[in-house]
Ligand binder design. Sequence first.
Ligand code: ZN
Ligand code: ZN
Length: 337
Amino acid sequence: MASSAVLRGRIEKKGGRRSSLKSRRSALLNMPIDLILEITDELSPADKIIFATTCRAIRNTVGRGQFPSDTYEDRQERFEYLAGMCRDMPNHWVCEECMRYHRIDTSDTSVQSRPTCPLADRYGRYNQPLTPIPGDEYELGRRHVQLALKYTRMGDSLLPRHRQYLRRLTAARQYSLSYPWETKLMVTAKIIPRIVDGRFLLRSLCEYRQSSKPVTRELIASESVCPHQQVFPPRDDDWSNDAFHQNLRQFHKAVNDSFETPGKEVHSHCPHCFTDFSVTTTTKCIRISVWMDLGTESSPLDPAWRSFVHSADLDPIDEVEYNEPGRVRELYSSEEE
Ligand SMILES: [Zn+2]
Ligand SMILES: [Zn+2]
């Protein structure tokens, strides 16, 4: 490998001008070469290739890097490479379906999804949106998460149009539905995204009310809080006691507990994705709060994201083990306005 010797040689050839050049150089280039190489050894293949593009001195020292030979790992690293290269491009998003960048359309938001990709639909392998409230038109695409995190990180360097777009990407959505003739059911829902510590968090709040009579479990019989947690019919209560099935019944259990302790907020979490939730039941209303952590600015292969969206290729179970109940709720609340 062309290496430390090359970089060292270049520096030494500069002779008398060395010290003034050195002072103008980045802190990284002033580090001992062996240390740079030691750091590089810890990088992923994608990060190593990106690092090599920063300047000729670095490329000569660490080499160009290469993608892995294993097909699956290769695809994963190429995703990470594209995401890394796009980090400072405010007008583009990385499409993993096409393995290329697409230009942004600032009218494309979760409320009005307009992906600038011919393959971005719910049948694609990687572009499936997250629909936190079933039946609602709120469709959070991976690109929305990617752009919101990118713009938040870029902060002060953003142009006004990107700043406006960031506000739309993270805007709260509120809506209500009523079923006056059947159950006299009234549903109000609110979804509020928030970015904290470089993670995209989503809070949703759903309230179910019935005007003429006390609420019952049947009103939320088809509800779920994430792809792994839903309400089961009452007769299924003793279906299976093994840990796997019990892990899928945390929401079901919280709903039961909340009906037994009216007025008390019953907290729980999903062990298969980063989701905290709570259920509060009174005679007039069932309130379901959900806090989701959709992960960082990475590719849609990030297990945190994969655990929330269905994909024919990928099994969302067992990717994520969430064993810090309350972490997401606390992180979200730490930036409460
Ligand atoms: Zn595309
Ligand atoms: Zn889950």
